[in-house]
Design a protein around this ligand. Sequence first.
Ligand code: NI
Length: 401
Amino acid sequence: MNYWRQQANNLSQRLIEIRRHLHRYPELGYKEFETARYLAQILRQEGIEVREHVGGTGLVATIRGASSGRTIALRADMDALPIQEKTGMPYASIVSGVSHACGHDAHSAILACTAMLLQRYRRKLAGTVKCIFQPAEECPPLGGAKPMIDAGVLADPPVDAIYALHTAPNLPVGTIGIAYGPMMAASDRAKIKILGEGGHGSAPQQSVDAVLVAAHTVVALQSIVSRNIDPHSAAVLTVGQLQAGYRYNVIADMAVLDCTIRTTDVHSRQLIQDKIEQIVDGVTRAMGARYELRYTLGYPPAINDTVAVDQVIKAAEVVLGEDSVRIQEKTSLSGEDFAYFLEQVPGAFFWMGSRLEGDRKQYPAHHPAFDLNEAMLPLGVAMFCQIVEQELFREPLAGGE
Ligand code: NI
């Protein structure tokens, strides 16, 4: 068995203990006070250099090698979700209405134990490893990555490459999922207010019907993805909400459209934003109405770097075996604020198989009954350590320190 996998297996009990502690006491984004304190304490006990309160509740553990070299960052998110847990497990959340329904408890436990292992091997390290525990991944549009970047987490020493993993309830334990290029989508929002002129339902000639303008606008908006976006590039525009009117015989003076926009490249992202404004402006003007448009940029698309993806695939083949890699042909259209890190430095985000086995039904992430297979925990540690070995170790480990 791979050396890192053996070492990580020895930490299995510790991993489960940390993960279950975090699971029992979840905290929402920007409020990970106890989570950060708990992790900082664990890391300091191992003699690891820790910085707290980086960009809010963010935490950075730094492992400095015996000799100088490049700097690799590993990232975990710490925040839970405003969801009442319904797993019925003994380690279920004791905080009413809050739970780790996306596996961020596992990410934090994996990164803490990775830091422990690497600290023991720091004499073999040529360079530095920064373990970044970030707040508020689930809190768009600001998120928790951006405040940490603004606080300088990628500087001093400058980070050369960054990696993150995420539990994957649809993949079996012992496999990973990854994509070259776009891995996760940008997630933006457009709120459009159409201002007409109200009036009596029997006298349309005296009014500007906001319902009719809104209907034309919805139809015209749907031409953007079908007629302006390259068919090889994934994009979605959904008008999720349309509100207008007071009564069946009264012409509405106002309609509100609320839309989510998902794109996988910066060109499509900009194009859709521009087109929405042009269409809303053109349709309302042609029909004698006015509009207000509020466009909110969410997380950017998460674009994996080719060299970093190769590193992850190589690590998976070493740690998990030849058949462990599932190349994702389709970009996930959900968002992930690791994208902000990937805008600054090359890196890769990958899915780590976490599917439950046996009698327990697997629910998707963000479901009240979501849970993960804890057998994935040591495999995550081994993956991170193997990536660091490939990036920073002067010579491969031949077993032992
Ligand atoms: Ni998540």
